[in-house]
Design a binder for this molecule. Sequence first.
Ligand SMILES: NC(=O)C1=CN([C@@H]2O[C@H](COP(=O)(O)OP(=O)(O)OC[C@H]3O[C@@H](n4cnc5c(N)ncnc54)[C@H](OP(=O)(O)O)[C@@H]3O)[C@@H](O)[C@H]2O)C=CC1
Ligand SMILES: O=C(CO)COP(=O)(O)O
Length: 345
Amino acid sequence: MSIRRAAVLGAGSWGTVFAKLLADAGTPEVTVWARRPDVAEAIRERHVNPDYLPNTWLPPAVTATGDAAEAIDGADLVVLAVPSQTLRDNLGAWAGTIGSDATLVSLMKGIELGTLKRMSEVIVDSAGVEPDRIAVVTGPNLAPEIAAEQPAATVVACTDIRRAELVQRAISTRYLRPYTNDDVIGCELGGAVKNAIALAYGMASALGFGDNTRATLITRGLAETTRLGGALGANLMTFAGLAGLGDLVATCSSPLSRNRTFGEHLGRGETLEQAQAATRQTAEGVKSCLSIRDLAHSVGVEMPITEQVELVCHEGVDPLKALAALMARETKPERPGVPSTGEHQ
Ligand SMILES: NC(=O)C1=CN([C@@H]2O[C@H](COP(=O)(O)OP(=O)(O)OC[C@H]3O[C@@H](n4cnc5c(N)ncnc54)[C@H](OP(=O)(O)O)[C@@H]3O)[C@@H](O)[C@H]2O)C=CC1
Ligand SMILES: O=C(CO)COP(=O)(O)O
């Protein structure tokens, strides 16, 4: 079985590249929904998204519309590529038009404010679909690099292996190698938390700190992500994979990352508003650091880096003070609960 018609709802960087990917992998009809009619027209008429990917030519199978119902009509794959915090409202308006056996794909990397839900949970709520119809695609996938067809890998996470393999086939190309994974919780947490850690990494870079600081943030960032995952029922091995370490390293180390770039602005002493004005695209970690912190508190997990990122973003704390607070924390074993001497051997 293969996908005949796909809808991609959201015409930003990743939504647009994902439409190209589906077409390159053989989907005959891919319709992008853009909320601005001029963007839809440019994709439809000129095969380019001038705002987000001006130098990427989109294949003939990709078309676009400003009418979401038209995009969704008859689609057996519905891809969601809007900002995490608007998903609930967007999908609420579209849900009635989605086919009863269509597979939904979530590209979002965030945790909803207020409800503290992962994106697949928001989709279940607002579209009223069963969780096993939702596949999460996540991994080290900076949109401009995938647009340029640079080789990479990704993960398709779904509790229904048949649907996971369907999506895997639908995005398998010579430049992207998808793996399946049944750990939806771990894959979504990896994608959401790495954005908060990349904000910290960007701040540290702008403050002039070198590779020891950066490696420490990545490693301890992964440790707190894994702690949260453990408390929420994820498979801990997921965090050593593409959706965990892979995405964390790519996002922290790339100047293409919007989250890292946003962190650099904060590290240079800009306010949240100044950083927002300087960066136009979605930096999910800015809002999700609040919901991730609250989610962690709700299950009694400490996430010190995420907490300090939240204080810098939303309480105006100086990034240097945030760093000092992290360094002044009580000393402890690297892996709490594991003896630091050889007594267990
Ligand atoms: N870019 C990347 O490299 C990757 C991104 N992701 C994730 O994919 C998701 C989407 O990101 P991405 O495509 O990059 O984001 P962008 O910021 O590039 O684009 C966001 C898109 O959503 C639209 N949008 C903005 N606000 C609303 C709203 N209120 N209602 C409906 N649509 C809206 C924008 O329209 P308009 O242009 O009119 O503002 C635009 O089409 C995010 O969760 C991100 O973390 C995942 C992997 C890679
Ligand atoms: O998720 C991404 C890469 O996998 C994109 O990261 P940014 O949203 O920080 O650009």
